[in-house]
Write a protein that binds this ligand. Structure first.
Ligand code: ADP
Ligand code: ZN
Ligand code: ZN
Length: 660
């Protein structure tokens, strides 16, 4: 009697065996319904064997093997297996998280007809610049696996390169996987892809899609009916029978990193996948991640550069610093910025004031007794939202009404401290009463619909001044936008997180790239108290390579990634002592002594030590090479799993953490 070895979505590093009379190896890769505990579960058949590990009479029979889909292919298993090993995540969890929810349901999956794709009236593609042509040829002639970094400022024509490469791939009858950070923020890219390839089926895959649509699109990708899959990080696992090319737009974007469950980097997995399936991969960015940049400086990735803006009339904006040290600022805004905005208003152009902090003020405080609005569940302040008169925790979502007086001493004169987008918006409205001001942040834009409506208003010229967070920084073309003012950038300059400068530089380059996209010249004013900081010098010169070289040198000296390889073990519990004690046990487990090339640091409370009533601590693991770290982790993880732990403690391992 055949025995099925089944992967289930459970936090256990093992497979489960079931009897199945009619099964054969042809069922490997099919979904299967099996009894589990008192109920049933959907799993995936990983192997069909004659002799299981358990005596046959102890095995339960599988309820049904589902054959509404062809079996999942070997390459899907290969990628999941890699991810499972690399990220120390149970194989069953990895397989199951890669499937759309509808396919994991016990209820019979519903079949729906595919949706016809709207054909738009396509524009003729522009003649390529020499640099674009070189980049396209480099990828096209490579053959088999090859990894390329397409490095080019915003507007340099990276998307056009993607489109041409897609065109070539489709002509060969192959499929393209195009990964983007947050699809909702870039409806323009999706529209461009659809309109360029009206004859082809383009499907989107991201977590905001309705469940049925996501399943339908996934099936279209898997069956080969979809030629182009445009997706966010979860789409990296989509089985594609004729995959011919992988593209990653804005490869540096932190949202390619999954921050819960299996903490994987979709960008890194995409490179692994390209190698496994012997196809080319192209990573695009104006500000590559330093890991990728280091790979492109070495021989791992080929570096393809687009130096100029593709549209010859669109020049790069001039970036200037506003030294605020000896200035009187009004509500944090300098006279230089005010008069630059006034000029734009007079000329009928748009301005953008960028402040990456939403809300009215980051905290409400009492000058009499020192009370500040704190979240009682987190190690964080409650942010003042005046628009709906709430104090809100941006970490756990806790909300309170704004008190009329200080809750401690009764003082009625309590003040907002610092400023967020709402406060800047309010002040600008007072300063420019006739201007139409639009605030764009996660409070004013909550859904894709609202976002598209907002973009329409901006494009339609219904706004003179935009006040926004990084939502506005990403990939949009606002032809009338000629001024970007940056407030509050200094706080990231000397942050404890050594990745903060990398993120700040990328963010500012990106937001600066919004200015002067069309014929009108753009100007960027950055307010700072540290005008001598090398990060700003690089920004003014728009010199990413110089910035990256400096950062990489610092990291090499300090022994940080990409010159070291890290993992972190985190524990959270109602009491910090429990979390710390658990990590202290992990530091001295036997595998630690046997892996001399791996170094473990002392457990420490996390920078944000309390989140939603849980105390959090972490333990950093570092090695000089990836293989050394990878040899250590599975043994260590297995030992950690055997540790006794307090009932309400939870832990996880993260490999290649972005935030420490
Ligand atoms: P990126 O993706 O690097 O931001 P895009 O591909 O969106 O750049 O190109 C920026 C603008 O330049 C777009 O309006 C695009 O249509 C235009 N463009 C791209 N390539 C060319 C070209 N070779 N000649 C003229 N215009 C181009
Ligand atoms: Zn008080
Ligand atoms: Zn909170």
């Amino acid at each position: 009697m055949p025995v099925l070895r089944v992967a289930l979505d459970l936090p256990l590093h093992r497979l489960f065996e079931y009897r199945a009379e009619q099964a054969s190896v042809a069922d490997i890769g099919r979904r299967v319904r099996v009894p589990f505990g008192r109920g049933e579960k959907i799993g995936i058949v990983v192997a069909v064997v004659e002799q299981g590990e358990w005596p046959l009479e102890q095995l339960k029979a599988a309820t049904a093997i589902l054959d509404d889909l062809p079996p999942l292919p070997d390459d899907f298993f290969a990628l999941c297996e890699f991810a499972s090993n690399y990220y120390q995540a149970p194989f069953g969890e990895v397989l199951m998280q890669a499937l759309p929810v509808g396919l994991k349901r016990l209820a019979a999956p519903q079949r729906r007809a595919g949706r016809a794709v709207k054909a738009v009236a396509p524009l003729a593609p522009p003649a390529l610049t020499a640099e674009q042509a070189t980049a396209i040829n480099a990828v096209a002639i490579a053959g088999g696996f090859s990894a390329h970094l397409l490095f080019g400022v915003t507007g340099s024509g990276k998307t056009e390169v993607y489109l041409r490469l897609i065109e070539r791939t489709l002509a060969l009858g192959e499929q393209v996987l195009l990964l983007v950070p947050e699809i909702n923020l870039t409806p323009q890219l999706e529209a461009r892809v659809r309109s360029r390839f009206p004859e082809h089926n383009v499907v989107a895959l991201h977590s905001e899609l309705a469940e049925a649509a996501r399943e339908r699109n996934w099936r279209a990708a898997f069956s080969g009916a979809a030629a182009i899959v445009l997706g966010t990080r979860l789409a990296v696992f989509t089985p594609l029978p004729r995959l011919g090319l992988i593209l990653i737009d804005e490869e540096h974007d932190p949202s390619f990193k999954q921050q819960d469950g299996m903490r994987y980097s979709a960008r890194d997995l995409a490179v692994v996948r390209a190698r496994q399936q012997a196809v080319p991969i192209l990573l695009g960015s104006a500000t590559p991640s330093l890991e990728t940049w280091a790979n492109a400086q070495g021989s791992r990735y080929a570096l393809l550069t687009l130096r100029e803006r593709a549209n010859p009339q669109a020049r790069l904006p001039a970036v200037r610093l506003v030294d605020t040290r000896r200035m009187v600022l009004r509500e944090g805004v300098s006279e230089a910025l005010v008069s630059a905005i006034r000029q734009r208003l007079e000329r009928g152009e748009q301005s953008l004031v960028f402040l990456n902090r939403r809300g009215y003020a980051p905290v409400l405080a009492c000058p009499a007794c020192g009370w500040v609005s704190r979240c009682h569940r987190c190690a964080a302040n409650l942010v003042l939202h005046l628009a709906d008169r709430r104090l809100r925790c941006h970490h756990c979502g806790l909300e309170e009404r704004v008190p009329r007086a200080c809750p401690t001493c009764g003082n009625q004169d309590i003040h907002p401290f610092g400023r967020g987008t709402q406060r800047v918006e309010e002040w600008l409205q007072g300063e420019f009463p006739d201007a139409r001001i639009l605030r764009v942040d996660r409070d004013s834009v909550k859904s894709r619909k609202q976002w598209e409506a907002m973009l329409d208003r901006i494009h339609g010229g219904e706004a003179d001044i935009l006040v926004g967070t990084q939502m506005l920084a990403k990939g949009h073309d606002f032809p009338k936008l000629t001024l970007v003012g940056v407030l509050g950038a200094d706080s990231a300059l000397y942050a404890a997180d050594w990745r903060a400068p990398e993120r700040l530089f990328a963010q500012l380059m990106q937001v600066a790239g919004r200015a002067g996209r069309a014929e009108l010249e753009g100007e960027v004013l950055i307010q700072t108290q540290y005008p001598e900081h090398p990060l700003f010098a690089a920004l003014v010169a728009q010199d990413y390579p110089g910035f990256a070289a400096g950062q990489l040198k610092e990291r090499e000296q300090a022994g940080f990634p990409p010159y070291a390889f890290q993992a972190v073990l985190r524990a959270e519990a109602p009491a910090m002592a429990d979390a710390m004690a658990f990590l202290a046990q992990a530091v001295v487990l036997p595998p630690v002594a046997e892996h001399e090339q791996v170094m473990l640091y002392d457990p420490v409370p996390m920078r944000m030590a309390r989140l939603a009533n849980l105390e959090r601590a972490q333990l950093l693991v570092e090695a000089g090479s990836r293989p050394a770290l990878q040899a250590f982790l599975p043994r260590w993880r297995a030992a950690i799993e055997q540790l006794k732990q307090p009932a309400r403690l939870r832990w996880h391992l993260e490999v290649d953490p972005l935030e420490l």
